[in-house]
Design a protein around this ligand. Sequence first.
Ligand SMILES: [Zn+2]
Ligand SMILES: [Zn+2]
Ligand SMILES: [Zn+2]
Length: 199
Amino acid sequence: MEYLLVCEKTVKKKALRSHMGGHILRAQMGVLEDNVKVAVSEVDPCGFCGQSGHRVRLVKEGRKWTFQPSSTCPFTVPFSLGAAANSTKASPSTNAPIRCTLCPSSSGDRGVVWKYNMAHRISTVHSGRNPDQPLPPALATAMKVSRSEQQALGIPQDSIDASDDEPDTNPQTSGGRKRKRAATVGGENSKRSKNKGRA
Ligand SMILES: [Zn+2]
Ligand SMILES: [Zn+2]
Ligand SMILES: [Zn+2]
C-alpha cells in the first residue's frame, strides 16, 4: 500500500516515517520546498502525515517488553523504536516518539512527543524553564539530530548546527596518541605508573 503525501508523491509504507521526517525537519529548519502542496504543521506535526492533532503514545502491548509507538493518525505505520533510532541510508530520519522528561512522570502519554518536535515543546510548554540550565542529559541525547542525518535529509550545510559533534571526529583518540609519544620522549612514564598502582 502506498500513501499520498504533502508533496503528492507516493512512497512505500515502510519509507513513510523517514520520508515525512525529512519534510518535517526541512520545514522546521526553514528550508523551502517547492514541491510541497500541503504545508507541514508548525505545531506538533505528526511523524506520519505532517499535520497536527494526531496524538502519539508509547504503549506496551501484550507480553512485549519494549514500547511500541501508537498514533491516532490514519497513516500510522508500525515501526520499532530501536530501528528508528539509527539513521541509515535507506531510512535516514530518526524521528520517533520520545518522552519529555521535563514533564512530570505522572503526565504519562501527555509527555510523549515526536523527537523533531521536542525543541518546540521545550520553548512553549516549558517556556518557564531557565534557558541557561542544561537539559537533562538523557533528553538532550534523545532529541539530538546528528549532522549526517541532517545532511541526508537535505538540510543545507550552512544551516546545520556547527556545535554538533560526530563520532568520527574523536579528539580523545588523537590526544591519547600524542600523550604516548610525549611519554616516550620524556621517559617519565615508569615513575608515574609505579606510584599510581591500582586502588
Ligand atoms: Zn515527500
Ligand atoms: Zn498524522
Ligand atoms: Zn514536557
